[in-house]
Write a protein that binds this ligand. Structure first.
Ligand SMILES: [Zn+2]
Ligand SMILES: [Zn+2]
Length: 353
C-alpha cells in the first residue's frame, strides 16, 4: 500500500510502497478519503514526547517502528475485507477508531482499549496510520458509519472529538450548578465546552490567555470566561465561576495551567489532565490531602465513547472549528506539520482524496 512514511526522527514524509498486511479474519483495507493532521503528529514526527524534568520518551517506546506512518483522524471506504469482516467493499464512508488495544487484556475486554496494558495496536504508532492512500485495520468493529456528518469534520472526532468527550465524562458531576473550568479553549477545549453544555452542565468557565478563544467559548456554551493573564488568575477563576471549582479539564497541561486549576479547586474536586504541552507541576501536598483533590489523566477515548459521540453529533449541533482541506499528498503532510510546529496553522487541517 502507498503511504507517506517518515524514515527517521525529524525526516520529511515521503510516498513509499509498503506491504499490505494479509486480510485474514475480520480485518479490512480502507481507502482513505479524509485524513486529519493533529498537533500530536508533530511530536511523533519529532520522534519523542516531552516529559518535563523526566526528559523525553521516544515514540519507539510506544511500539512505533520506522518508517512511521502518522495520522489517526481517518475517514474512508472499505476496498477489501477479510472473510469474517462482515462488511463489503463499497462507497459507505466510515470513521476509523484508531486507539486499538491488544484485544486480550482486561481493559480491552471491557471495551476500554485506550487503557490497554498489553501490546497496543494504535493506528499511527504501532500500526501504520492515515497519512497514506490506504490503511489496514485489524477488525471491522473499529469502523463507525459517518452517516450525515461532514466527513472532514467526522475525521477529527476520532482524536480531538473523542478526547474532549472522554475528558468531559471524567469531570461531569450531578451538581450541575457548580463550576467546571475548561482551561485552554483553542481546539479540543472548545469542543469540551460544547459537550459539557450538550450533556447538561450549567456552570462552565472557560479560561484562556487569548480573548478570541474566549469569545468562541462563549458561543460554544461557556457561561463565564476568564482571561488568565491577570495578576491573580486563581482568584479570577473562582470569582468567574461563583465559587471554587467542582472540576477542571486542562487542555494545555503545563505547570502554570495545572497549578491554576488545582489552586481554584474546591473540596473533593477533580483535575483532568489532557494537554501534552509538557512541563512540571508543583503544588502543596498538604492542600491535596486537606481538600481531598483528585488528578486523573486522559488520553483519547474508548470505542464506545467514539460511537456515543458520533450519535450525539448526529442529534445535536456541536461547534465546528474551521477546517482547511488540502490534497492527500506527502507535501501537504510536511507543510502542515511545519505550520503546526510553528503555530501558523489555525483550526483543523484535513487532507482529502
Ligand atoms: Zn490527534
Ligand atoms: Zn489490551
Amino acid at each position: 500500500m502507498q503511504v507517506f512514511g517518515i524514515a527517521e526522527p525529524g525526516a520529511p514524509a515521503e510516498e513509499i510502497e509498503i506491504a499490505t498486511p494479509e486480510l485474514t479474519g475480520a480485518s479490512v483495507l480502507v481507502k482513505i478519503t479524509h485524513s486529519g493532521i493533529c498537533h500530536s503528529d508533530v511530536h511523533c514526527a519529532e520522534g519523542y514526547f516531552d516529559l518535563g524534568d523526566a526528559g523525553q520518551m521516544p515514540v519507539t517506546d510506544a511500539g512505533a517502528e520506522y518508517p512511521f506512518v502518522l495520522g489517526h483522524e481517518i475517514v474512508g471506504e472499505v476496498v477489501a475485507a477479510g472473510p469474517e469482516a462482515g462488511v463489503e467493499p463499497g462507497d459507505t464512508k466510515y470513521i476509523v477508531y484508531p486507539w486499538i488495544g491488544c484485544g486480550e487484556c482486561q481493559p480491552c475486554r471491557d471495551d476500554n482499549e485506550n487503557y490497554c496494558i498489553g501490546a497496543k495496536r494504535n493506528l499511527s504508532i504501532a500500526l501504520k496510520g492515515g497519512f497514506a492512500r490506504e490503511v489496514w485495520v485489524p477488525d471491522s468493529r473499529y469502523l463507525i458509519p459517518v452517516g450525515d456528518l461532514d466527513p472532514a469534520w467526522a475525521a477529527t472526532l476520532a482524536c480531538s472529538g473523542v478526547t474532549g468527550y472522554a475528558a468531559v465524562s471524567k469531570v461531569l458531576t450531578e451538581e450541575v450548578d457548580r463550576p467546571i473550568a475548561v482551561v485552554g479553549t483553542g481546539g479540543v477545549g472548545l469542543s469540551a465546552v460544547a459537550l459539557l453544555a450538550a450533556r447538561g452542565h450549567k456552570n462552565i468557565v472557560a479560561a484562556d490567555v487569548n480573548e478570541a478563544s474566549l469569545e468562541n467559548a462563549r458561543k460554544a456554551g461557556a457561561t463565564a470566561t476568564v482571561l488568565t493573564t491577570g495578576a491573580d488568575p486563581v482568584t479570577d477563576l473562582v470569582t468567574a465561576g461563583g465559587g471554587k471549582l467542582a472540576g477542571a479539564i486542562d487542555f494545555v497541561n503545563n505547570g502554570a495551567t495545572s497549578g491554576l486549576a488545582l489552586g481554584a479547586m474546591g473540596i473533593g474536586g477533580k483535575l483532568v489532565s489532557v494537554g501534552l504541552f509538557g512541563g512540571q507541576l508543583a503544588f502543596p501536598t498538604t492542600v491535596m490531602a486537606l481538600n481531598q483533590l483528585k488528578i486523573e489523566g486522559n488520553f483519547v477515548g474508548s470505542l464506545p465513547q467514539l460511537r456515543a459521540l458520533v450519535d450525539l453529533a448526529n442529534s445535536t449541533e456541536l461547534p465546528k472549528l474551521p477546517i482547511t482541506e488540502a490534497p492527500l499528498e506527502a507535501q501537504t503532510v510536511n507543510d502542515t506539520l511545519q505550520g503546526l510546529a510553528e503555530r501558523t496553522v489555525v483550526g483543523r487541517f484535513v487532507m482529502v482524496s
